[in-house]
Each structure stands twice: as C-alpha cells, then as structure tokens.
Design a protein around this ligand. Structure first.
Ligand code: K7E
Ligand code: CUA
Length: 662
C-alpha cells in the first residue's frame, strides 16, 4: 500500500518533471507524454529511485556518452570500450585473442605478426587474461593517446593506439612466465610498469621447487615507452629481481612521490604448497603471517643503475640483481597487514592505500614518513638483506571500511572508495591531511557503504587514479551476478554496476546494472570522452595501421592486377562500393598466394570486410586501409570471396571467384 502510494506520488513528480522538460520544446504533446510516463512507471512497478536512475543514465538516440570506460576483458583477452553513463558497449578491441570483426589475427599479416610477437619460447599463444588497462598520461592526467594492458597469464604487455583503437604491439616479458602488477604508467608515460605475481626461476628456467628460497624470484619490469615512435622500446627497458614473495599490484608515484613505484605482495611466507606431501595448501601456507611486504622502489635511481649497465643478462634482457638493488638503496619493504591487495596512491602522491583481504581495515602509508624512515636508516632486513621500514614509522592511519577490502580510487572531494569483496559493498571514506579541506568530515573515517551485487573486485571512478579525479561516476566490477539477470546457464555474466558518486550532500546511488557476458574483467579506467580524438578514416588511401605510413603494397584505383613469379601469385586488389577488383582470379593448386587489398574509400564508416572461405581468411578494411595476407593454395576448387560488412544496397554483389585449378 505505502509503496504504491509512494510510487504514485513519485510517478506524478516524474510526470511533472517530464512535463516541464518537454513543454519547453513541444507544449502540444507534453501533457500526453507526462501521463504516459506515470502510467509506465506504475505499470512497470518503478520506484522513485528507479525513475531517477533511468533519467540519469538514459541516452537519447544519437546523443553521445560523457565518459568512455576501457575495461579489461579478463580471459577474453580483449579490451572493451563502454560509454558512461549509458553503459553501452561501443567496441571490442582485439588484443591477445583473435577478434574476427576487427579482422584481428584472422589473416591480415600485420595482425598475425603482432600476435606472433607474443609467443612464449616458440609456442604460439592465442588467448590472454587481460587485467589492468592503463591510459597514457601527461603530467599525471590521462591524455587520451595510448592504452596499455597486461596479460596476467603469460606475462605480456600490449599497446593500443587510441587514434584507431587498434593493438600495435605485444611484448613478452623475457624473464617471467606470468605477471599481475601491471600495467601502470608513470605520470608522463615514460615507463610502463609490469609487476610480477607467482615467483619462478627468472627466465622461466627449471629449478626444483625444493630450492624455492634460493632459485625462485619475483620481479618488476619497467618498459620504456617511446612516445615519438609510438612503441615500447624493449632495448631501453629493464627489470629488477625481487625476493620470491608474490608481488601484486603496483602503482606509480605521482607529484610528491614521482620517481618511485610501490608494489604490494603476499606469500612472504614463501609457501610452496605440496598438500600432497603433507604441507599446508597454498591458501593457508601463504596466509600464516600477519604481515606481508609493501615494496617501495626508487625508480629514478634504478634507471640510473640500469643505464650504467650494472645489470645481469637474463634471456637477453637487463635485470638489476637483488644484491645490486640492496647495495644501491633501490628497494625497501614496509609491513602490510593480512593478505594485502591493492596499492593505490592518492591524487597528490602523499599517501599509499593498501587493503588487507583478511583485514577490515585499509592501511594508509604516508609518503613523507616513508622518506624520513628511509633517511633514518639502521633497519632490520628480511632474509635476503632488504631493509624493512618499521610499520609504525610509515603508517599514517588505518580506517575500518568493512570486510574484504581490495582496491581504492578517489574523487575530487577528498573521498576514497574501496571495494569490499566480502560485504559485498563499496565503502566511501574520507582522506585526511591536505584533503580535509575538501569535505565536511574530519580526519580519516568511513562515511558510507553502498551494497553491490555481488562480490566486487576492482572499482573505478572517473579519472580516479590520476592527479585530478573527476568524481561523478563509479563502476563496481562485480565478480558474481547470481540472481541479477535472466538465467543463461551455469556460466554467469559478471555484473558492472554504475554508481552515482556526485556529492551534492547525497548518498551514493546505484544507477545501472550491466551484464558482461564476455569474460571476467578485472580493472577498467574511465576517461572524459572529449579527451579522445580518434580518426574517422585513415589519413590517406593506402594507410598501413601498423607502420603508420602508406603501405608499400598499397593499391590505387586502376593499379589492380595479378602477377605471377614462378609458383608465387601476387594479387593487388581494391575495394570500393560495391566491388572488389579483380573479381576473378585463376591460380593453380600449390601456388603460394600473396594478396594485397586497399580500401580506396574516403567516406566515414565505409568499411569493407573480406572473407575467403575455406582458407581461414577474414579481414576488415577500414576506409583508406591497406593490408596483406598470404596462404598456400593447398586445396583446389572454386572459392567465393565476399565482403562481410553490409556496405551498400549491392553489398551481396560485392564478391568474386577464386578458381584453383587442380
Ligand atoms: Cu582481480 Cu587487479 Cu588482477 Cu584485484 S586483481 S580483484
Ligand atoms: Cu563492401 Cu559489403
């Protein structure tokens, strides 16, 4: 009863709001619309909160989102591009996994080559477990130019160009078989951080696990990004050997802490499992001690050591040894409580927030205190000789936020937001120190929790890990969806929940549930949409997206031809609405075929696809793009190639015959 009354009165409020809004433009129709809205709200059993959420997220046809979120795809191996606040998926970017729509890794030679660069010791890898996207930054702000993302499974890092939203490079970590603590970038994107995870012998060589303490090691890798070349420069990159604790998420210092990097860790117990042999299982063995170690790394000093060549060579890659790091004061540890996760640096760089998965608190470390503790010297060390800064000398505060805290991001009002896996909820709490002037509360304290559905891993706020977060929106990346969506069988989608954190004295409000049925995303980053400035079409006809220049095999109109050199047939083809030229190609079984296609269109959205059934070729040719693929004509027969994008009324006629004579 009460609910219905409430509903009706709110429905009226909504109707009035709509009336006011609409009457400004179309006074004749407004009354009818208003009544309709009330009826719809009643009919669909919508609460006032539902109506408000709908009004805040509804995107009228043709209107664009204010923010763009780049989400990892988990073991989809891809990146997903999502508009906020509508939560509409705008694009899948093929990264570590072939992606046929983009023609990523399904024939086009350059894309095959980039994927092949991610091979591990000669074994081709056709998937990835993308975890942490990192937008490029200038002065600690997202600049909208590049996106990096790691593959946790195989310790690889990919680079995506935000001019065309395509992957340009994959680098395999030369010393680690898996990673986790990446990617993060330094405030001017000079370095891309890839932290390790499960310790192994570096270079992924063999050593028996009974030699764990001596032969197994952790690591952090610093990839040099050459912005001018638009590539990671492997030859200028280096790694640091770390103790065989399982390094976890890293973050780059900013402002007052710029030039330093922190990485959390767990399993400082150095548990090696072996429940078969009567040892504690990993989850118990790695959780015995109350404290693990926050790694505090002087990156600027490490760069000097690496540039001076004071490194060892592992698989052809320079690595600063643990001994050297200790001798050069590159590495310090600080105790962090209870199976820590997340290491998130505040916008001004003054504090590091660490969560303890088994501790209801977040622990806040002060950068100033860390520096004075380092200066004070005279530290005890771990068993490898790495100095340990006393807990009390570096901790600024602890805030009880709730059960199972994981990751923290920030807003523009001096609040921090921490995901609580076990509650499950998102906690809003106040930052003290210089942030106190931004909010009415005093000190470090929990302000509010909002339940989420259900167990949340990462959360992300708009530009929330930069030097100037926007606030406004938070997305809770929930691992479990349970009853939130229609049952689609035993494998459930994840649930992204959009939360309004605009603080006009209001509580946080849940706005939208978005099922993610395409992988298990871990982290995402949200950028203001107007910071992105991608191309509408490639700059010139014949453009090679990988080299960023005119392709040497670009085909201009009138230059189409088929050339034969011995057993090699080279095809020069153009695509334009609504035909491929040539339309007929005759070759012989056993020929090696090199096929070049250029989309000579200059019109926005005039993409053509090209599929060659039977030979596993499928490419996408955007306006202006030139690409090539190769195959051996091992089977004779008649093969019908055709355009896979519905590009015109005569799109079905955009085809041709490849005749392979026996
Ligand atoms: Cu899922 Cu960032 Cu890989 Cu925490 S990590 S949840
Ligand atoms: Cu070109 Cu369809």
């Amino acid at each position: 009863m009460t609910k219905n009354k409430n509903l009706l009165s709110w429905g009226l409020v909504a109707a009035v709001l709509l009336f006011v809004a609409v009457s400004a433009f179309a006074p004749r129709t407004s009354t009818r619309l208003g009544r309709g809205a009330t009826a719809i709200a009643a009919d669909r059993d919508l609460t006032p909160d539902d109506i408000e959420a709908a009004l805040k997220t509804y995107m009228p046809s043709g209107r664009h989102d204010d923010y763009i979120m780049f989400s990892s795809g988990g073991h989809a191996g891809q990146v997903f591009v999502i508009g906020l606040p509508s939560m509409r998926i705008l694009k899948t970017i093929g990264v570590f996994t072939p992606e046929p729509w983009q023609g990523w890794g399904t024939g086009a030679q350059d894309t095959m080559d980039i994927l092949a660069d991610g091979a591990v010791d000669g074994i081709e890898i056709t998937w990835g477990d993308t975890h942490h996207p990192a937008l490029s930054e200038t002065g600690g702000e997202y600049d909208g130019q590049w996106l990096f993302i790691n593959d946790k499974a195989n310790a690889r890092v990919a680079l995506i160009d935000l001019k065309d939203f395509e992957t340009k490079q994959i680098v395999k970590n030369p010393i680690a078989i898996n990673d986790h603590g990446g990617t993060k970038v330094t405030p001017d994107t000079e370095w891309v951080i890839e932290g390790g995870q499960y310790a192994t012998p570096l270079g992924y060589e063999y050593a028996p696990i009974s030699d764990y303490a001596d032969s197994y090691r952790g690591m952090v890798t610093f990839w040099k990004f050459d912005r001018l070349a638009g590539r990671i420069d492997k030859s200028a990159s280096f790694a640091m050997e770390l103790p065989p604790y399982w390094q976890d998420l890293c973050d780059a210092g900013k402002k007052v802490s710029e030039g330093w990097v922190v990485c959390g860790s767990f399993n400082s117990e150095m548990a090696t499992g072996g429940i078969e042999d009567g040892n504690p299982p990993f989850e118990a063995g790695a959780s015995q001690r109350d404290m693990d170690y926050l790694h505090i790394i002087n990156l600027d000093a490490a760069i000097r050591v690496a540039r001076a060549g004071q490194t060892s060579d592992i698989n052809g890659f320079p690595v600063i040894s643990l001994e050297r790091s200790i001798a050069e004061n590159l590495l310090y540890l600080a105790p962090e409580p209870k199976s820590p996760h997340g290491a998130d640096i505040t916008p001004g760089g003054e504090y590091i927030v660490v969560s303890g998965k088994l501790d209801p608190h977040v622990t806040i470390y002060s950068w100033a205190k860390i520096q004075s503790s380092i200066r004070a010297g005279n530290h005890r060390t771990d068993s490898y000789g790495v100095p340990i800064l006393p807990f009390d000398s570096v901790v600024e505060a602890q805030v009880e936020v709730g059960l199972g805290p994981l990751h923290t991001e920030f807003d523009n009002q001096g609040y921090a937001y921490t995901s609580l896996f076990l509650e499950p909820a998102v906690a809003r709490w106040t930052l003290g120190g210089p942030y106190e002037r931004l909010h009415p509360e005093k000190g470090w304290q929990l302000v509010q929790q909002i339940p989420v559905h259900y167990n949340v891993g990462h959360l992300v706020t708009a530009e929330g890990d930069t030097v100037s977060p926007d606030g406004k929106y938070l997305v809770s990346l929930n691992k479990w969806a349970l009853d939130r969506f229609a049952n689609v069988g035993p494998l459930l989608p994840q649930n992204f929940q959009l939360i309004d954190i605009e603080n006009n004295g209001d509580a946080m409000k849940l706005l939208y549930d978005m099922p993610m049925g395409i992988g298990e995303p871990h982290y995402a980053q949200i950028i203001k949409a107007d910071k992105l400035n991608p191309w509408e079409v490639y700059p010139e006809v014949g453009w090679n997206p990988t080299t960023g220049t005119i392709d040497e095999h670009a085909v201009m109109l009138g230059e189409e031809r088929v050339e034969r050199h011995g057993n090699t047939v080279e095809i020069f083809m153009t695509a334009i609405r609504s035909h491929f030229t040539p339309e007929r190609i005759d070759i012989r079984k056993g020929d090696h075929v090199i096929w070049h296609i250029t989309n000579v269109e200059r019109a926005y959205d005039a993409t053509h696809g090209f599929a060659l059934p039977g030979y596993n070729i499928n490419v996408s040719i955007e306006p202006g793009e030139a690409l090539s693929f190769e195959f051996d004509a091992t089977n004779d027969g008649v093969f019908t190639y055709y355009c896979t994008e519905f590009c015109s009324a005569l799109h079905l006629e955009m085809m041709g015959y490849l005749q392979v004579r026996p």
